[in-house]
Design a protein. Sequence first.
Lengths: 115, 112
Amino acid sequence: AQSVTQLGSHVSVSEGALVLLRCNYSSSVPPYLFWYVQYPNQGLQLLLKYTSAATLVKGINGFEAEFKKSETSFHLTKPSAHMSDAAEYFCAVSDRETSGSRLTFGEGTQLTVNP
Amino acid sequence: DTAVSQTPKYLVTQMGNDKSIKCEQNLGHDTMYWYKQDSKKFLKIMFSYNNKELIINETVPNRFSPKSPDKAHLNLHINSLELGDSAVYFCASSQGYNSPLHFGNGTRLTVT
């Protein structure tokens, strides 16, 4: 069974600072990995996904994530935080061999951006 | 032109009542889902339908019954509501397996 651990339920950065949100996964087969963002009172939006092509994945809004098999990690980064990046971020893993997109989500990281 | 829409957005009801949440997607996707987000924002899949066929049925009480009249709709009916059912319920859709999910904006259910 696959699982996801997001280190840090709350991350606070200053506007313009580097954003680093950590995600480690566990999967018995090569995984698909996703990052989603949730703004208040909204559903989740896909930021980026890893599906075994390039290990460095670029997403929307300037975010990117690097798949590191040796570390079983898929950390999300952004060079310079904007106030509008304040939201809840979820890492998710999908087992390629199960039928249906059975996404297993991490517990989420609340990102706060300080002026 | 909302991609995945669910109604109602808010639902407040008393214990023991029966309620339904409706979901529609206009993306032409084959697969639809119901996810539950609890008060700690933890998301867990409840059901998944592919072309109106149930393919994922997680361990949820049988008071929860999904219904898919066609591949663009997936409704969730809940019988005998309990306090613990209070949560945000998200509908989602995807095109095929292991494709990114497109989420609705959620239905916040409060059981009093």
